[in-house]
Each structure stands twice: as structure tokens, then as C-alpha cells.
Design a protein around this ligand. Structure first.
Ligand code: FAD
Length: 368
């Protein structure tokens, strides 16, 4: 086997999994992460079971705590009318604070050189070699680069990726709370211009995370006021917000959440996770896709020697596994976040549950 020098940019799930898989197979891996672990991220923290066996098989699943197993789905429309159904595959709840930190430690144990607080500013490709430049003007060389820097980064601008020019109307807000809710249920509660997920994670905590609208935030001036004026119109959300203990001093907030089309390979860089394409959060499997795509990128680099073959293999596998899911996710997103669309979605789920199952099947993969 030829040992390859690989740089991974971004230590979320896609980057960490790719780095671990490559290091396990004997390659020389440097991973650049702009932050310092552990840290919170805006994410619903419901992981689809399609990656559970893989994580356990590869010793990449933390056995340190109990992670609630989730097998039911509850949906409420903007008026708070609910419908429930069983999930075919289901999932589990785990905080990114814990999961990403655990994986970062596993990566170090497997031999990955983990460089934290090291934002990458540019990636150049010349005469078969990559040159990766960090914000502190460090220059690092590698034969392959996996860019797993998430949904949006300054790097996308430098790399001239077309999606970066489009503004996004969405914001994401996340809390950890203690509340009296079913631990085996992932709930999706609609409100005007958005939807809010609720599911259990470790240590008796729940994740409360919503996709909202930048315009609504601007209109109401602050997160609490926007929540009072829009989210609380759904009585289920009002009840959850008013009866729970909020564990963060302030929520985690991000903006510019963009679901536009991206390419999985750009200028010879393999894009993984959200950097290759972000599925709408309501599908609840962005994390599973990030893990799966990190695995595919690592496998392509490990299995093939020529750059052309690596890129061709990754691109083909990526398209086969994710293109359709992203397309369906974009369509399904239209059924959420407005009064008429969400009550139509509730009607479909309650009177034609088979349609709900078909949507889930088309936005999820099979266990890896
Ligand atoms: C509101 C919301 C709710 C969601 N809920 C769920 C859910 O319940 N279940 C689910 O499966 N998915 C969910 N998702 C999607 C999920 O969060 C993402 O798909 C997943 O985090 C993607 O992982 P990633 O590794 O690609 O990117 P990330 O986890 O975003 O990691 C990217 C990493 O790259 C680093 N980075 C960025 N730029 C640079 C740089 N220039 N140099 C070095 N490092 C850099 C960042 O600091 C970060 O650590 C949700 C998304 C949103 C927005």
C-alpha cells in the first residue's frame, strides 16, 4: 500500500471520520480545525441509525454515557395539531459537544495530527501537489485534500464556489433544555417561517433546535421577541418554552444556512459533509450523511492510486448515495413552515401514513 499525505480541512463529523479512517489505514493525516474542542454547534443532534453500526464497528461510538434510542416521530402544524408515527429506522440523540470531542480524541489515538485553532485560508493545487495555507500564514503540503469545512466558510469564497454568492433566508437556533417529554420521540413543531425539533440527548437533557427566518428576526429585533411572536403561536412550542429549564446562558445561533447545489469535487479537492451539500434539517440525517461521505472520501483515497480514479470513484459514490436525497429534501422542505403547507403535511401524515414512509425512505439511506 502507498502511504499518502492527506490534509483534512474542518473537524466536524465528515472531517473527523475521514481522518480516522485514513489514519487507521496507515496514511499520514493532518486535520485543521478552526475552533478548539469541545464546543457546541447548532444542530438538532438526532442521528439516524444508518450510521450506528458503522460507528460501533470502528470504535467511533462513545460508550461513556447512555444515548436515548429514538423510534417515534411527532409532527405539529403551526396551530399545534399533532400527528405521530413510528420511524422505520429510527436514531439516537447525542450532543455534538460530546460526539465531536470524542471523535477528535479517537483521531489523535489513531495517529492523526490534529491542529486546533487553525483556520485554513486557502487551498492551491499546482503540479499534482496541494498547498494549504492557514490564517497564521503556515503552508502545508499534501497529495490529497478533503474539505469538510461545513455548510459555509470564507474558504468557499476563496475557492470561488458559486453557491456562496446567494444569500440565504434561514437562521438556526439551538438550546439544551430539561423538559418533560418522551425520550423515544423526535418532534418537529412548525411555526410561521420555520420548524423546531425536540429530542432527548445524553444526561437527561433535550435538544431544542429550530430553523427560522432571518427576516422575522430582523422584524422583531431579538431572538426572545421573535420566539414570543412567531414560535409561540404554535401552542405546543409555547408550552415547551414556558415549562422547560434552559441550560445555556444564551442560544447558539447561526445564519446563512444554504441548501443550494454544490459539487462534491472542486479543483481536485474532495468535498465532504455539508461542504458537498446540506440536506434540509427536517430530514434529520445531515450528520449521517456527513459521516458516510467522510467514509467514502477516505475509502476513495485509500483504494485508488491515481488522482483521476480517486476523484471519479468519490464523485460516483457521492452522487449515488446523496444526490437524490438532497433533491427530495429540497421539495419536502416546502411542506413546512407555513400554516397551509404544515396543515397539509399533517393531513398527509395522519390520513396517508404510507406517504410519510415514502418520504423518509427517499431522504434516508440504508445502514452502512
Ligand atoms: C438548524 C439545524 C438543525 C440540524 N439538525 C440535525 C439533526 O437533528 N440531525 C442531523 O443528522 N443533522 C442535522 N443538521 C445537519 C447537521 O448539523 C450537518 O449536516 C452536519 O453537522 C454536517 O457535518 P460536517 O462535518 O459536514 O460540518 P460541521 O459539523 O459544520 O463541521 C465543519 C467544521 O469545519 C470547521 N471549519 C470551517 N471552516 C474552516 C476553515 N476555514 N478551516 C478549518 N476549519 C474550518 C468548523 O469549525 C467545523 O468544526 C442540522 C442542521 C441545522 C442547520
Amino acid at each position: 500500500m502507498i502511504k499518502k499525505r492527506v490534509i483534512v480541512v474542518g473537524g466536524g463529523l465528515a472531517g473527523l471520520i475521514a481522518a480516522c479512517q485514513l489514519a487507521k489505514n496507515g496514511h499520514l493525516v493532518q486535520l485543521f480545525e478552526k475552533k478548539q474542542y469541545p464546543f457546541h454547534r447548532v444542530c438538532g443532534e438526532y442521528v439516524s441509525n444508518e450510521v450506528l453500526d458503522f460507528l460501533k464497528r470502528e470504535n467511533l461510538f462513545p460508550e461513556t454515557a447512555h444515548f436515548p434510542s429514538i423510534s417515534k416521530f411527532e409532527f405539529s402544524d403551526t396551530k399545534g395539531n399533532t400527528v405521530s408515527m413510528d420511524l422505520d429506522l429510527g436514531g439516537f440523540g447525542i450532543s455534538r459537544f460530546l460526539l465531536d470531542d470524542f471523535l477528535a480524541n479517537q483521531a489523535i489515538l489513531l495517529g492523526v495530527e490534529l491542529l486546533q485553532n487553525k483556520p485554513v485560508e486557502n487551498i492551491n493545487f499546482n503540479s499534482g501537489v496541494f498547498e494549504v495555507i492557514t490564517q497564521d500564514q503556515g503552508t502545508y503540503e499534501a497529495e490529497f485534500v478533503i474539505a469538510a469545512h461545513g455548510k459555509r466558510s470564507k474558504l468557499d469564497k476563496v475557492l470561488n464556489r458559486p453557491f456562496i454568492e446567494k444569500r440565504s433566508p434561514y437562521i438556526g437556533v439551538k438550546y439544551h433544555i430539561r423538559t418533560d417529554a418522551s425520550k423515544e420521540t423526535v418532534a418537529l413543531h412548525n411555526f410561521k417561517a420555520g420548524y423546531c425539533g425536540l429530542n432527548a440527548i445524553e444526561e437527561e437533557k433535550f435538544n431544542l433546535c429550530y430553523l427560522g427566518s432571518r427576516d422575522e428576526l430582523r422584524k422583531y429585533g431579538s431572538i426572545p421577541e421573535m420566539e414570543a411572536q412567531t414560535l409561540f403561536k404554535n401552542p405546543r412550542l409555547k408550552e415547551i418554552f414556558n415549562s422547560s429549564d434552559f441550560l445555556f446562558e444564551k442560544p447558539e445561533v447561526i445564519n446563512e444556512i444554504n441548501f443550494e447545489f454544490k459539487r462534491p469535487v472542486e479543483n481536485h479537492v474532495l468535498m465532504a459533509g455539508d461542504a458537498a451539500g446540506l440536506i434540509t434539517p427536517l430530514c434529520g440525517n445531515g450528520m449521517a450523511m456527513a459521516i458516510h461521505s467522510g467514509k467514502l472520501a477516505a475509502e476513495a483515497i485509500h483504494r485508488f492510486d491515481s488522482r483521476e480514479e480517486v476523484e471519479k470513484n468519490y464523485q460516483r459514490n457521492w452522487n449515488m448515495n446523496f444526490s437524490r436525497r438532497l433533491r427530495v429534501g429540497r421539495v419536502v422542505q416546502r411542506l413546512f413552515g407555513s400554516e397551509s403547507a404544515s396543515s397539509f403535511a399533517r393531513f398527509l401524515l395522519s390520513d396517508f401514513p404510507a406517504i410519510g414512509k415514502v418520504i423518509m425512505k427517499n431522504t434516508h439511506g440504508t445502514p452502512i
